[in-house]
Design a protein around this ligand. Structure first.
Ligand SMILES: Cc1ncc(COP(=O)(O)O)c(C=O)c1O
Ligand SMILES: [Zn+2]
Length: 407
């Protein structure tokens, strides 16, 4: 059976069954009414497939090489949607990996690569999650949605809502970068700049949704969002071929990208169709946070953390004091033998400039934080000279220029 939708051909090779289960206690949740936290442990849900989510890797590889099904939805078989006519897509995914020779030389790394996630349609990796989250919302017949964001998820949400003809309200911090705020409202969404911490912004969105009978569709708790970000891992498995990736470095706020990647790598391993002849090894996944807000690093290193310690930092995407999926990030670090490091605003700014001057990459401060973290991981010998290391570049530089005095 084949379908045509939004300019793509997607093939349904089998019926997909999945359930929503609490990520902490495993209790089943009713997904016909949308996504909410577990009533018992207040943890967000995850998607579990009743059969292993299995991608026909050999066929997928051929398809990719023929460039027949571009983008994320070419992975239809491993995504939680039943009817392709509900897909809300802007051609996301399929981002390039480029070598970073100049930065690699500076750090003494022979095999350093960047996956250019900022080349997604709204300028950040968030589009991977949003396309799945809003396609699922459409499938459930939801039409009026509320989101909260530091800016990038909000602009992605507003864009895909417009594409899918859904009504979007987006809560952002009052000091969010102008470019992100403009981007959200230009797509036609209602924007609510909100005072207080990033956690206060999230609470305002929850309250607003409840008071107005709207659906709170937060990428921070949505399991559909994670299903979208997991496609980075599938793409990297195809990209790296026989050569295993040793390390990946992520800027981590809520952890949607690092958690999604680990889910993707695990699914590839479980996939019965993956080429058994090849040993499957996966990268160590490392989390980078900012000195201004580092709950995960504190927990990982056993140091004191309290949300009142959050201060203003230039990496706005990772200023999340109480990440609802924080315990999952810690699990990923443990499962992959990864680590967590914290970096200063000064080092983030230095790396933002270095990436521009040495590699021609203009990235936002949050994305540059990953490189400041990489430097620490090289210095403490967690990463060595010949290790294959991939850093996703999560957001485009012009989205957040506050620290550069030109915004
Ligand atoms: C550019 C950028 N990078 C990274 C992150 C962190 O995302 P997460 O930890 O949720 O994967 C964000 C979040 O807003 C972001 O905007
Ligand atoms: Zn639970």
């Amino acid at each position: 059976m084949s379908y045509s939708c939004v300019g793509y051909m997607v093939v349904s090779r089998k019926e997909k069954f999945y359930s929503l289960q609490c990520s902490q206690c495993g209790i089943l949740q009713d997904h016909s009414k949308g996504v909410s936290l577990c009533v018992d442990c207040k943890a967000p849900p995850d998607i579990f497939y009743s059969k292993p989510a299995s991608l026909d890797f050999s066929q997928f590889r051929d398809v990719r090489l023929a460039n027949y099904f571009p983008g994320l939805w070419s992975m239809w078989d491993v995504l939680p949607l039943h009817d392709p006519s509900n897909i809300v897509s802007l051609g996301e995914g399929g981002t390039p990996c480029i070598p970073l020779k100049n930065i690699g030389n500076k750090l003494g790394l022979k095999d350093l690569w960047a996956k250019l996630e900022y080349l997604n349609p709204t300028g950040s990796f968030k589009d991977r999650g949003t396309t799945v989250m809003l396609s699922a919302a459409k499938e459930f017949g939801l039409t009026r949605l509320v989101e909260d964001s530091s800016g990038n998820a909000g602009s992605s949400f507003a864009s895909y809502a417009s594409r899918g003809q859904l009504d979007a309200s987006v809560f952002i911090p009052e000091h969010a970068p102008n470019a992100k705020r403009l981007q959200i409202s230009f797509y036609g969404a209602d924007v609510y700049p909100t005072s207080g911490t990033r956690d206060d912004v999230a609470q305002s969105a929850v309250d607003y949704a409840a008071e107005n009978g709207l659906y709170y569709s937060s990428h921070n708790i949505s399991p559909y969002f994670i299903e979208g970000t997991k496609t980075v891992a599938y793409e990297l498995m195809l990209w790296s071929g026989n050569r295993p990736i040793d390390h990946m470095i992520f800027p981590v706020g809520n952890g949607s990208l690092i958690i999604g990647c680990w889910k993707g790598f695990k699914e590839v391993k479980e996939s019965r169709n993956y080429d058994d002849a090849q040993p499957v090894t996966f990268p160590k996944l490392h989390a980078v946070q900012s000195h201004a807000c580092n709950p995960i690093v504190s927990c990982w290193r056993g140091t004191q953390w309290d949300v009142s310690q959050v201060s203003n930092g230039i990496a706005g995407g990772i200023m999340v004091g109480t990440p609802p999926r924080g315990f999952q990030v810690l699990q990923v670090l443990e499962d992959t033998s990864g680590s967590a490091v914290s970096v200063s605003d000064g080092d983030i700014g230095t790396w933002q400039k270095l990436l521009a001057e040495e590699e021609g990459l203009f990235v936002e401060p949050t994305s540059a934080a990953a490189f400041a973290g990489l430097e620490l991981l090289v210095a403490d010998r967690t990463i060595s000279k010949s290790d294959l290391t991939v850093v996703p570049i999560t957001g485009f530089g012009l989205k957040d220029t506050k620290n550069l005095d030109v915004g």
